[in-house]
Design a protein around this ligand. Sequence first.
Ligand SMILES: CSC[C@H]1O[C@@H](n2cnc3c(O)ncnc32)[C@H](O)[C@@H]1O
Ligand SMILES: [Zn+2]
Length: 433
Amino acid sequence: MDIDLILKDGYTIPITSKPRKLTIAIDEGRIIDLGDKKTIKNKYSGKEIDASRKIVLPGLINTHSHIPMTLLRGLADDLPLKTWLEDYIWPAEANLEATDIYRGAMLGCMELIKNGITCFNDMYFHMEQVAEVVKETGLRANLSYGMVTKNKEGNEIEEELREGVSFAERYQGQADGKITTSLAPHSPSTCSKSFLEETREKARGRIQIHLSETEEEFEEIHSKHGMTPVQYLDEIGLLSPDLLAAHSVHLANKDLGLLHQNQVKVSHNPSSNMKLASGAAPVQDMIDYGLTVSLGTDGAASNNCLNIFREMKTAALLQKIKNGDPTSLKARDALKMATINGASSLGLEDEIGSIEEGKKADIILLNGNESTLNPRYDIVSNLVYSANGSEVTDVLVDGEIIMRENSLLTLDEREVLKRTEKSSKKIRSKVIE
Ligand SMILES: CSC[C@H]1O[C@@H](n2cnc3c(O)ncnc32)[C@H](O)[C@@H]1O
Ligand SMILES: [Zn+2]
């Protein structure tokens, strides 16, 4: 049988089964068969990629980002969240036009691809620009217009919900199904209670929100409503299996039970939480409770990069320090967070997140000859504790090759940097000088 692509003889980490040498048959964007090279070669013919010196992984999934913020990287560092957002980032964002968002998203997507991220979950504004970049680059994404009611009144608030719903309805399923959408109220402290209730009423699918990121936010909700942010969302009726809660750093004991009962998904963002000194989320406790926890970078202005290899390592190290226990958050769990748990958090567990027959061919290849991947006593240890993303050589999304032997096939790197320079000059003159 003639098929689109055969990935031959790579050392494969399927996630849901043991690492082994496998040949992968891909047709019409999906993995149609897997096996040893002889069996697969006897059954299929088609274009071949020799993966015999490669490590083969499912594409990594970034479950919390603000991709256009790549344009604001390094603009304001070493500050706590409230000051960083209110005194630096929001004033800078007020100057961003649609073209800037397009350019920032392009720079961000370039970084995602190079670091082996094939799917990301984003919340920002001018999201039609981000969707355009997703289409051009060939990535997979769940996109949402980020809704805020703080400092807004009457019509402006109604317009915020209209925009969120309209974006979600217009873009759901675009790019041959590679784009999905959610509603995204920004956080319990920047959206009013009635707005959160209306969002719940209007939601037809998934919802994402920043939740209990800092102690300050925890205290603010507690003093206003007499309950924790998680209990507050429970009262509003927002806790559900379709809710993806970013951060979830400050939780009372009862909160873990509530998140678990409602099967809420959590996106852990360790680098951003450490850099803004927001705190260390109780990730091992969440896992012990049976919660689905995935990994996010947050925006590049609080990280300051978009690299899930780094987040895997940082997450594992942070839990060990938090719990004073080196057995906390083991490498295997960190790799699951970056792959299959990311897929479950976006409702895509039947489509992506592992290398299995029937799933979409979102696959990355790493150069097995890099020092960071050798010696190979334990490949999962190498991937989590030693790899840094630069080992990624090839990236496939939906069976389409978007990076081949380190060359980006869907975007022009030099052009992306030139355009970034144009927007950053404007930001520098308006915000810094
Ligand atoms: C309304 S679009 C999204 C909004 O979120 C801001 N943002 C970026 N990082 C964080 C974070 O860690 N916590 C809360 N809000 C964040 C971003 O600047 C946009 O304004
Ligand atoms: Zn965020």
